[in-house]
Design a protein around this ligand. Structure first.
Ligand code: GDP
Length: 446
C-alpha cells in the first residue's frame, strides 16, 4: 500500500545509516529527500513540511549513544514521527465505541467510495471477532439496488439486515432499525446512509437528520484512498457538516500513493480506524499506526535496535539518579524529571502507586486537587528558575520567588507549595535511601 514511498525512503536511509558520522548537512539533505518523497506520495504540503521540521528539531537535540549510529537514530526519529502523524493521540487501533447495546454506527460517504461493502465487512468483523450480534440497514432510498446489495451481502456473511419496506424515508428506516435492534437483542446496528457523487445539501441534510434520531457513538466516514488529497478534503467537509468519529480508507490495495493515509489525521484530526484492502468480505484491516510506519520505512530492525539502546540510556540515568538521591541530593532538576515522568505515566496515581511509602502522599495530593494541570504548572515554575536556583533551591528568597512565579505566569503561593513538596520528597528520598527502599521503589519507575 505504500510501496513507492517505502522504496524512496529506504533508499534515503540506507545511505544515511551506512555513514559513521553525520554532519548537519547530511541530515538536511536526507530530510529534503524525505520531503520530496512525501510530496510524491501525495501527502499535503503543510503536513510534509511539519513532518520534516519535527524530525529536524528532534534530530538536533538527541543524545546519541555509542551503540548506534547517528543515521540509525534518525531512522528511529522518522519512524516515531510517522507513527505520530498517523496516530495523533490515538485510542486503541480498531476500537469502536459500541458499549451500551444496541449501539448505532452511522456509515457515511460518497457514492462509490465502498460504503456498502465496508458496512458489511465491518459487520462481519464485529460478528466473527467480537461475537457481536449485528443488524444492518440500508437508508439509500434513492437507489433500491444499493439496498438490495446490502441484503445480499448480509446473507453472504450471515448478518441480519432490516427488511426493506418500499416508500419509507431514511429517518423512518433509522427509527425502525433502532426498534428492531432493541427488541431483537442486537449489540450493534449499522446504518448505511445514502451516498452521492458529490457532497450536496440534500445528502448532508439527510445524514444529519438520521444522525439526530440515531445518536450514534461512531460515525464512520468511508473514503476512497485512491483519491489522495481529495479523500482528505471530503473528510474535512463531512466532519464540518456532520461530524465524524473515524475514517475508513478503502482501496488501499490499489496503486494509491498512500498520501491520504498520511495526511488524514494531521489535516482532519480524525483517526483512520480501518483500511479496505480488497473486494472480499474479509479484506478489512485495523489501521495500526505502528505497523504501518514499520511497513513504510521497512526498517524494523533499526527501530528495535535504537529502542533497546534508549532503554539502556534510561536505565543508566535512573541508576545515576538513584545514587544521588541516596546521598540526599534531590534538586529541582530531579524534581522536574520526576514530574515529567509522572505526566508520561498517566499522572500522580500511576507513579505514586509504584512507590512504597508514597501512597499517603499521593492521597494528600489528590485531596489538594493534584492533577495533570498542576504537574504542568509545576514544571513551568521549575523552568522559570535559573540553573543555579534549580541546583540550590534553598537560595530562593522573596525577590527570586516573585520573578520565578511571574515568569511562569503563576502566584508565589504555588511556588511555595512546590518548594514544600520538594523538601518533603527530598527528606523521604533520604530516609528511603538509608533503608534501601529507594532502590526497590525506583525499580518500577523507568
Ligand atoms: P458505495 O457506493 O460507497 O456503497 O460503494 P460499494 O460498497 O458499492 O463499492 C463500490 C465498489 O468498490 C465495489 O465494486 C466494491 O467491491 C469495491 N470496493 C470497496 N472497497 C474496496 C477495497 O477496499 N478495495 C477494492 N479493490 N475494492 C473495493
Amino acid at each position: 500500500m505504500f510501496e513507492n514511498l517505502s522504496d524512496r525512503l529506504s533508499g534515503v536511509f540506507d545511505r544515511l545509516t551506512k555513514q559513521g558520522s553525520l554532519s548537519d548537512e547530511d541530515v538536511k539533505t536526507a530530510l529534503r529527500e524525505v520531503r520530496v518523497a512525501l510530496l510524491e506520495a501525495d501527502v499535503s504540503l503543510p503536513v510534509a513540511r511539519d513532518f520534516v521540521k519535527a524530525v529536524q528539531d528532534k534530530a538536533t537535540g538527541q543524545a546519541v549513544t555509542r551503540s548506534i549510529t547517528p543515521g540509525q537514530q534518525v531512522v528511529k526519529i522518522v519512524h516515531d514521527e510517522l507513527v505520530h502523524v498517523l496516530a495523533g493521540d490515538t485510542e486503541e487501533p480498531g476500537k469502536l465505541r459500541i458499549d451500551n447495546p444496541p449501539a448505532p454506527i452511522l456509515m457515511v460517504g460518497l457514492q462509490g467510495s465502498g460504503k456498502t461493502t465496508t458496512t458489511a465487512k465491518l459487520a462481519k468483523r464485529l460478528k466473527d471477532r467480537e461475537g457481536k450480534k449485528v443488524l444492518m440497514a440500508s437508508l439509500d432510498v434513492n437507489r433500491p439496488a444499493a439496498m438490495e446489495q446490502l441484503q445480499i451481502l448480509g446473507t453472504q456473511i450471515g448478518v441480519d439486515t432490516l427488511p426493506i419496506v418500499k416508500g419509507e424515508d431514511p429517518v423512518t428506516i433509522a427509527k425502525r432499525a433502532k426498534t428492531q435492534a432493541s427488541m431483537g437483542g442486537y449489540d450493534v446496528y449499522m446504518l448505511d446512509t445514502a451516498g452521492r457523487l458529490h457532497i450536496d445539501q440534500e445528502l448532508i441534510a439527510q445524514a444529519a437528520a438520521v444522525r439526530d434520531v440515531a445518536n450514534p457513538r461512531e460515525t464512520l466516514l468511508v473514503v476512497d484512498g485512491l483519491t489522495g488529497q481529495d479523500a482528505v478534503n471530503v473528510a474535512t467537509e463531512f466532519d464540518d457538516k456532520i461530524g465524524v468519529s473515524g475514517v475508513v480508507l478503502t482501496r488501499m490495495d490499489g496503486d494509491g500513493r498512500g498520501g491520504a493515509a498520511l495526511s488524514m489525521r494531521a489535516v482532519t484530526g480524525k483517526p483512520i480506524k480501518f483500511v479496505g484492502l480488497g473486494e472480499k468480505m474479509d479484506a478489512l484491516e485495523t489501521f495500526e499506526p505502528d505497523r504501518i510506519a514499520g511497513r513504510i520505512l521497512g526498517m524494523g530492525d533499526i527501530v528495535a535496535l535504537v529502542e533497546k539502546a534508549q532503554e539502556t540510556i534510561e536505565a543508566e540515568q535512573a541508576e545515576k539518579m538513584m545514587k544521588r538521591f541516596q546521598k540526599g541530593r534531590f534538586n529541582m532538576n530531579d524534581l522536574k524529571m520526576q514530574l515529567e515522568q509522572m505526566l508520561k505515566m498517566g499522572g500522580m496515581e500511576g507513579l505514586m502507586g509504584m512507590m512504597p511509602g508514597m501512597g499517603k502522599m499521593a492521597k494528600q495530593m489528590e485531596g489538594a486537587g493534584f492533577d495533570d494541570g498542576i504537574l504542568r504548572r509545576q514544571i513551568a515554575l521549575i523552568q522559570s528558575m535559573t540553573k543555579l536556583e534549580r541546583a540550590n533551591p534553598q537560595i530562593l528568597q522573596a525577590s527570586r520567588k516573585k520573578r520565578i512565579a511571574k515568569g511562569a505566569g503563576l502566584e508565589v503561593s504555588e511556588l511555595n507549595k512546590l518548594l514544600k513538596m520538594h523538601r518533603q520528597m527530598a527528606d523521604m528520598m533520604k530516609k528511603m535511601g538509608k533503608g534501601g527502599m529507594l532502590k526497590q521503589a525506583m525499580k518500577g519507575m523507568f
